[in-house]
Design a protein around this ligand. Structure first.
Ligand code: ADP
Length: 470
């Protein structure tokens, strides 16, 4: 089968979170399973662009309302990522350093989607499936089916995967002029509560909808930022497929960001050295357990709880632990976390910003990873942590529920708590410090986690079955 993935992110080209990791891995593993999967994404001005070779494969002209623009499609020439990678360049709209966060994001991503569909419409062949990801590409199923100039694409099946339903790409109806002329009887397929809602449109128009874990799919029916009724109504075409992790990139035995490689057969020394090094860089105490948090400092991740959790843990559990935080996001949380630096007794530090290398070093060097998320569609961090022998402390929600088994349960290895509250997280930290004292228990939990199979091979088979059913 030929499968076209369309995404706003793809690691290592441009990544802001888990979507990038998935888009960088799923097409590769589909190819390894014998299919022809390609990926199309915007051409931002990231480092990857300058460090690789490209050829121009198509130039086209189209319009966003009355703004006529030229777009260029370039292809990476060596298939370095294990699949054909195409970037869409639109002068003035996509040629930015960051992926998101501009006032004109609705125009940028609508123009990107139009260019992608316009290009696909010029092909001599039709793909077997077009697979889009999140709201940035959610208008594509509608455009392929109901925009007159692309009507010959209307029988190509589409799939949308929801990595995060919190963000839906809302646009006022004044922006409907951006969408190429369409069958106005179908206007309702763009709408949700009187705004154009690209995510809702994708859910309504795609043949199949997937979410990145089973539990997240269940949760969306009662908590999806306004789309609850839609998920209930469309449940017949929805399914959950757990993300895998790219074992080529996330492997402590061959990770180029680590100085001390280790594997499940002998990890104690490598992990201890990784921890010592991390503690040295951040002025922490390697003899104490090291708790880390890696992620966006936003409400979804319950990052706002961190300052109080750290304060309460030090006050109530004791100063027998270290914390190291890596992330960026809400400026007030960033400020509070920075502010805590002054109180550190060689047991707290933070790095505000994005740092891929440091994230790998933290998964390797930490003892525990904190994930108190209020919403977690799948969560990759906990899977990376486990692969690196680091015990996850997670809230019982979404993909965290599907991947982490509490140490108190038969065969368990992690720490699971119920609520995103300071009390519950601090109690989890107390349990972790107790667990840390029991060397045998720590060793067996680390070993058990490193042996778990979160590989893409399993999930890819589920995607293939889904494509075949179309
Ligand atoms: P989400 O996509 O909701 O942000 P996921 O758990 O699915 O959460 O994926 C997060 C990914 O982003 C992981 O690969 C994680 O290591 C990475 N990440 C998040 N914040 C940072 C950061 N500040 N620096 C480096 N990597 C980060």
């Amino acid at each position: 089968m030929t499968i076209i993935h369309v995404s706003a992110e793809c690691y290592p080209v441009a990544k802001a979170g888990g979507l990038g990791d998935v888009a960088g891995a799923l097409p590769k593993y589909l190819n390894q399973a014998g299919h022809d999967a390609k990926l199309v994404m915007p051409m931002y001005r990231t480092k990857f662009l300058n460090q690789n070779d490209w050829e121009v494969v198509h130039k086209g002209m189209t319009n966003l309302g009355d703004y006529f623009f030229e777009y260029t499609i370039i292809k990476e020439t060596t298939n370095k990522l294990g699949f054909e990678l195409y970037l869409v360049d639109i002068y003035g709209l996509l040629d930015r350093e960051k992926i998101y966060g501009y006032d004109d994001d609705p125009q940028r991503f609508t123009a990107f989607q139009i260019a992608v569909v316009d290009w696909m419409a010029s092909w001599q062949y039709q793909p077997d499936v077009v697979h889009v990801h999140d709201h940035h590409t959610g208008l594509i199923p509608f455009m392929m089916k109901y925009c007159y100039r692309y009507s010959h694409l209307r029988f190509v099946p589409t799939v949308i995967t929801i990595h995060n339903a919190q963000y839906q790409g809302w646009m006022g109806w004044d922006k409907s002029v951006y969408i190429p002329a369409y069958d106005t009887w179908k206007t309702g397929l763009l709408d949700w509560e009187n705004t154009i809602n690209p995510l809702a449109s994708g859910i309504k128009c795609a043949e199949r909808v997937t979410t990145v874990s089973w539990s997240y799919l269940e949760e969306l029916r009662y908590m999806s930022n306004g789309l609850e009724a839609l998920f209930e109504y469309e449940k017949g075409k929805c399914s959950g497929i757990l993300n895998g992790i790219d074992a080529d990139v996330w492997n402590p035995a061959s990770d180029s960001y680590l100085k001390h490689d280790y594997s499940v057969s002998s990890f104690e020394e490598g992990k201890a050295k990784s921890k010592a090094e991390l503690c040295d860089v951040f002025g922490l105490t390697p003899e104490k357990p090291l708790f880390v948090f890696i992620g966006r400092l936003v409400g979804e991740k319950a990052a706002d709880l961190l300052p109080a959790v750290i304060g309460d843990s030090f006050n109530h559990v004791g100063r027998n632990m270290n914390f190291l935080i890596l992330g960026s996001g809400d400026p007030s949380v960033e400020g509070e976390l920075n502010g805590l630096m002054g109180l550190s007794q060689q047991d707290y530090s933070c790095y505000i910003g994005y740092n891929e290398a440091l994230s790998h070093q933290m998964y390797a060097g930490a003892d525990f990873l904190l994930m108190p998320s209020r919403v977690e569609p799948c969560g990759l961090n906990q899977m990376y942590a486990m692969r690196y022998g680091t015990v996850p402390l997670v809230r019982n929600t979404g993909g965290l529920r599907d991947t982490v088994l509490d140490i108190g349960a038969p065969g368990g290895y992690g720490i699971v708590f119920n609520d995103a509250t300071v009390g519950d997280v601090t109690h989890g930290i107390w349990r972790a410090t107790e667990m840390y004292q029991d060397k045998e228990l720590m060793l067996s939990a680390r070993k058990k986690m490193m042996e778990l199979d979160f590989s893409w091979e399993k999930s890819v088979q589920e995607y293939i079955r889904l494509y075949e059913s179309l």
